[in-house]
Design a protein around this ligand. Structure first.
Ligand code: P71
Length: 470
C-alpha cells in the first residue's frame, strides 16, 4: 500500500475515529477463489459481472441494493408477518412508517423501486411529454420512455465532471429547466424527476436550497415534482454536513423538510431502508393515488401488499426507522469515505467529492489508452474480479444504452466503475483488501485490453450483455 495513514471521518470531526454503531451476531462465510477459477468464471459470465455466480465472488461490491445485514429487530419483525391477502397488519405499520419519515399521505407498497417507477410513469406521463430530471437512472428512464416520455437531463454541468468538487453536484440547473419549459410549454412537462444522492453522478447530493427553489419554479408553472427517495436519508446527511443552517438538525428533520417540497416519491427500500426486498410509492394527491392503487393490482398485487410478503413489509417498517439514525448514516457514509481515503494519493482516479454509497473509479483516466467503445469501465470491472474476486459494476457506456431515435450508443461523459458498499455488511479490513486490489490493477493498467460486445439485449443491456476480450 502506498496510501498514507488515512484521515478518517471521525478524526476529522474530533478525537476518535468512526465506528459502526452495532456489533455482529451472525456471520456468513466468504469463499476465496484461485486465479484459474476466476478466469473460468468470468469467461463463462461473458466478462459481465452481473452474470457471475455469487459463490464465485469474494467481496461483493456490485450494488448496495438488497445485500444488507438486517438488525435483530428486523429479523424479529419477520416472525410477526401477517400474511393475510388483504389488509395485512404490516401494511399499516409500513404506511405509518412512511408517513412519519417522509411525510406523504398516501402509500402503496411495491416489490421494489422499478415497480413504483412503472406505476408512476404510467399514470403521470402522457405520450409525447418531457420528463426533466437531475441525471438519468437506468430503470427510471426506461419506464419513462416506455410510457411515451422523453427524459431531459437538467442537472448542473459540474455533475458531469468527475473532478469537480462542487458540494451538491446533484442539484438541478434551474436555467436549463426554465429553458425547457419555455421551449416546449409547461403543459408538455409531465413532472420533474428529482433524485436524492444522484446515483449515476457518483452518489452526489441535492441541496435543500435547490429543492426549495425548484418548488418555487414549479409552482409558478403548475408542474409537479416527484422524488426518487431511494437514497434520500443519505442525502440528508450531506445537507446536515454541508448546508448552512442544517448543522443542528437531525437526519429525520432534514428528510421531512426536503420531501415537503415534492408532490410524492418512489422508493427502492433495498437501499436506505435496510431490507433485502421492497419499495413503495407515496403521493399526496388522492386522484392520482386512486389511479396508482388501481394499477398496482394489475402489475404488483393487492394495494395492501404490492408484491411483498407481510413479513417483508414488517422488516421494512423497522428498517425505515433505523435508517433515520444519525449514528447509522454517519458510519455508513464514513465507511465509503474510508475506502476513498485509502485510495487518496495512490493515483487511482475516482469521482470527487466522495459520494454516499460508492467509490466511482474514473475508468477513462484509469485506462486512457482505451476508447469508450472498447468499454473501459466494463474492462476495469473484469480486471478487478480477475485480480481478487471483488465484484464491481460498470456505470458508463454500457449502462447508458442506446438512443431510441438514432439507435447509436449513448456516450456519457462519465465512464465509471462503481465499488458499491452494502450497508452493515463488510468491515474496515475488507475495505483495506479492496484498496489493495484496485492499486494492483492500477499497476497493471498499461497491459489491459478492452472488450467487444458479443450479445446485446433490448432493454437495460448492462444486466445481460456478453463480451469478448479484444
Ligand atoms: C443500484 C440499483 C439496482 C440496479 C438497478 C439497475 C441497474 C443496476 C443496478 C436501483 C435504483 C436506484 C435509483 C436511484 C431506482 C432504482 C431501482 N439501483 N432509483 O444502484 O439506484 O430500484 O432496483 O429496487 O428496482 O445498484 P430497484
Amino acid at each position: 500500500m502506498t496510501a498514507q495513514r488515512p484521515v478518517t471521518t471521525g478524526r476529522q470531526l474530533g478525537r476518535r475515529s468512526w465506528a459502526e454503531p452495532w456489533k455482529i451476531k451472525m456471520v456468513e462465510p466468504l469463499r476465496l477463489t484461485t486465479p484459474d477459477e476466476r478466469a473460468k468464471a468470468l469467461a463463462e459470465a461473458g466478462y459481465n459481472t452481473f452474470l457471475l455466480r455469487s459463490d464465485d465472488v469474494y467481496i461483493d461490491l456490485l450494488t448496495d441494493s438488497g445485500p444488507r445485514a438486517m438488525s435483530d429487530r428486523q429479523w424479529s419483525a419477520l416472525l410477526l408477518g401477517d400474511e393475510a391477502y388483504a389488509g395485512s397488519r404490516n401494511f399499516y405499520e409500513l404506511e405509518e412508517a412512511v408517513r412519519d419519515a417522509y411525510g406523504y399521505r398516501l402509500v402503496v407498497p411495491v416489490h421494489q423501486g422499478r415497480g413504483a417507477e412503472h406505476l408512476l410513469s404510467q399514470v403521470a406521463i402522457r405520450p409525447g411529454q418531457f420528463v426533466p430530471g437531475n441525471m438519468y437512472f437506468t430503470t427510471t428512464r426506461v419506464h419513462q420512455e416506455r410510457a411515451g416520455g422523453t427524459f431531459v437531463d437538467v442537472i448542473i454541468d459540474e455533475a458531469h465532471d468527475p473532478e469537480n468538487e462542487h458540494p451538491f453536484k446533484g442539484d438541478v440547473d434551474l436555467t436549463k429547466l426554465e429553458d425547457l419549459i419555455s421551449r416546449v410549454g409547461a403543459e408538455q412537462i409531465a413532472y420533474v424527476s428529482l433524485a436524492g444522492t444522484v446515483n449515476m453522478a457518483g452518489g452526489q447530493p441535492v441541496s435543500m436550497a435547490c429543492a426549495r427553489s425548484l418548488r418555487d419554479l414549479c409552482d409558478r408553472h403548475g408542474i409537479r415534482i416527484f422524488l426518487d427517495a431511494t437514497r434520500m436519508a443519505e442525502n440528508a446527511f450531506f445537507i446536515q454536513e454541508r448546508e448552512p443552517g442544517y448543522e443542528g438538525k437531525n437526519i429525520a428533520e432534514i428528510l421531512r423538510e426536503f420531501c415537503s417540497y415534492t408532490d410524492g416519491a418512489w422508493m427502492s427500500a433495498k437501499k436506505d431502508s435496510l431490507v433485502n426486498i421492497g419499495g413503495w410509492l407515496a403521493l399526496n394527491d388522492q386522484g392520482l393515488f386512486d389511479e396508482v392503487s388501481n394499477l398496482v393490482v394489475v402489475f404488483e398485487g393487492l394495494h395492501t401488499y404490492g408484491g411483498l410478503a407481510g413479513r417483508d413489509m414488517a422488516a421494512m417498517a423497522v428498517g425505515i426507522r433505523e435508517s433515520l439514525s444519525d449514528d447509522h448514516i454517519r458510519a455508513r457514509i464514513g465507511q465509503v469515505r474510508y475506502l476513498g481515503e485509502l485510495l487518496e494519493g495512490t493515483g487511482v482516479p475516482f469521482v470527487r467529492p466522495i459520494g454516499g454509497h460508492a467509490i466511482f473509479v474514473d475508468a477513462r483516466r484509469f485506462y486512457p489508452h482505451l476508447k469508450q467503445d472498447e468499454f473501459p469501465a466494463q474492462t476495469l470491472a473484469a480486471e478487478l474480479y480477475l485480480d481478487s474476486g471483488i465484484r464491481s459494476m460498470e456505470r458508463g457506456i454500457v449502462s447508458a444504452g442506446r438512443d431510441p431515435k438514432t439507435g447509436d450508443h449513448n456516450r456519457p461523459k462519465l465512464e465509471l466503475t462503481r465499488l458499491t458498499i452494502p450497508r452493515r455488511v463488510y468491515t474496515q479490513a475488507h475495505m483495506d483488501i479492496v484498496a489493495e486490489a484496485i492499486e494492483a490493477v492500477y499497476a497493471q493498467r498499461d497491459s489491459a485490453k478492452g472488450l467487444k460486445m458479443a450479445y446485446e439485449p433490448n432493454y437495460l443491456r448492462f444486466f445481460q450483455a456478453r463480451f469478448d476480450r479484444l
